[in-house]
Design a protein around this ligand. Structure first.
Ligand code: ATP
Ligand code: MG
Length: 429
């Protein structure tokens, strides 16, 4: 016997009992984004490695140690996308759809790949829904992105469990001045920093700010503050964003240490965090990246966006027991037929009913079986009603309609009247 085959660690099957909640969450998000005027874009899952190195930054965690990179048969270095922004920017540039200041409000959904240590809420293949907006540079659009996620949390019943953290990183010039001040300060207390932070001080000093190490955190108390280095433009932008969130009644906290892991952010950064999922508490994160498009070879084009982790969202919806009851039931009626002649009639009848009630979830028995076994399957399907078609019903062109969930007596209904009858007794979503 060969060794049994297994999925790769951290890459999960989403089994049939899980897909209803996935489709529920994905459906909510896609409808909401449609309603706010965002258009879907679909990018390939594999890109040239160079794309991610250039956009995300060589010294980020993702590029340094999390990417799935391989050589293809041509000898090109390819990478399974670890996030969506880079590919989205590549796509809009390649097709020229942000040229001449054209506004694009885009969203995408799909798997992302990072070689991390798998644990609850952290996987090697995970799924994101991302949004990117190009050529709108005001705080109004930053606010819209936050407002629409707030609405989503409301629709999913998780609003009370998430908190908005906000910061401004300033323009790249302001950030450079701040970085210099921070490096000077931290260098003067180098020996008190943890090893990781000592390394980051050289490669990506702002990342030291979100260290989890208590000793380093103590050193940071007296460190220069980003807010004191903000340029006027960024300060006004940030005030504009806060005023809009206040107007929309969305609570937030300013987190001066919020810097995000990726290199390309400027001005606004934000995270929606929860304390209900342990260490993996960020369900949605984003910010403005006004310099990225130019850095990737395009004309100056502002950008702002976010990505949410679908697994973490679903975990949160489940933890808070916000899965709607209706999701449990996938079948409205289950049609049982007994004998070859009845089976043929049942097939024709079921197709007629589907013509008339396109939203009815009708399952027709397959694999024949005795009365008892077909009823058992009907009941197990979760259907509200079993339809019964045997020799007697065939002769009279009727079906028995048997309630399976204690809603009254069995009735006999003529084939011609069946669709109308079902329309009245099955609530359709
Ligand atoms: P974290 O700090 O949790 O590692 P991140 O800053 O690396 O997150 P982003 O690159 O901003 O995450 O991705 C946006 C969102 O995607 C995260 O807020 C999270 O919800 C989700 N996400 C990121 N990495 C993973 C992962 N390995 N498994 C599941 N979800 C993830
Ligand atoms: Mg990460």
């Amino acid at each position: 016997m060969s060794k049994s085959l297994q999925a790769i660690r951290g890459m999960n099957d989403i089994l049939p009992d899980q897909t209803p909640v996935w489709r529920y969450v994905e459906g909510k998000v896609s409808r909401l984004l449609d309603n706010y005027g965002y258009k879907q874009i679909r990018m390939p899952i594999v890109e040239f490695t160079e794309l991610f190195k250039r956009s995300i930054g060589e010294v980020t965690d993702i590029v340094e140690k999390e990417m799935y990179t391989f050589e293809d048969r041509n000898g090109d270095s390819l990478t399974l996308r670890p996030e969506g922004t880079a590919a989205c920017v590549r796509a809009v540039l390649e097709h020229g759809i942000t040229g001449g200041g054209q506004v694009q409000k885009l969203w995408y959904i799909g798997p992302m790949f990072r070689h991390e240590r798998p644990q609850k809420g952290r996987y090697r293949q995970f799924h994101q829904i991302g949004v990117e907006v190009f050529n709108l540079d005001g705080p109004d659009i930053d606010a819209e992105l936050i407002v629409l996620t707030w609405r989503l949390w409301g629709e999913l019943g998780i609003r009370d469990a998430v908190k908005l953290e906000l910061n401004s990183l300033g323009t790249s010039e302001a950030r450079a001045r701040y970085r210099a001040a921070l490096v000077q300060y931290l260098s003067s207390r180098l020996s008190e920093l943890d090893e990781d932070s000592q390394r980051r001080l050289k490669s990506n000093p702002l990342r030291v700010l979100d260290t989890k190490n208590a000793d380093t955190q103590a050193v940071l108390v007296d460190a220069p503050k980003l807010v004191d280095y903000l340029d006027e433009e960024s300060r006004v932008h940030f005030e504009g964003l806060k005023a809009r969130l206040d107007a929309a009644g969305i609570p937030y906290v300013i987190n001066p240490k919020l810097v995000r892991g990726l290199d390309y952010y400027s001005k606004t950064v934000f995270e929606w965090v929860t304390d209900k999922l342990g260490a993996q508490g960020t369900v949605c994160a984003g910010g403005r990246y006004d310099g990225l498009v130019e850095q990737m070879g395009g004309k100056p084009t502002t950008g702002v966006g976010f990505a949410m982790g679908i697994e973490r969202l679903i975990l949160l919806v489940e933890t808070l027991e916000q899965i709607p009851q209706e999701l449990a039931r996938q079948v409205d009626v289950y049609l049982c037929a007994f004998g070859e002649a009845a089976e043929l009639a049942a097939l024709a009848l079921s197709e007629r009913v589907r013509d008339q009630l396109p939203n009815l979830r009708l399952q027709i028995n397959a694999g024949a079986g005795s009365f008892k076994s077909q009823f058992k399957k009907a009941d197990k399907s979760g259907a509200l009603y079993a339809l019964i078609l045997g020799d007697d019903e065939l002769a009279q062109q009727v079906v028995g309609v048997k309630p399976l969930r204690g809603q009254g007596e069995q009735q006999t209904i003529a084939w011609d009247a069946l669709a109308e009858h079902l329309a009245t007794c099955v609530v359709q979503g």
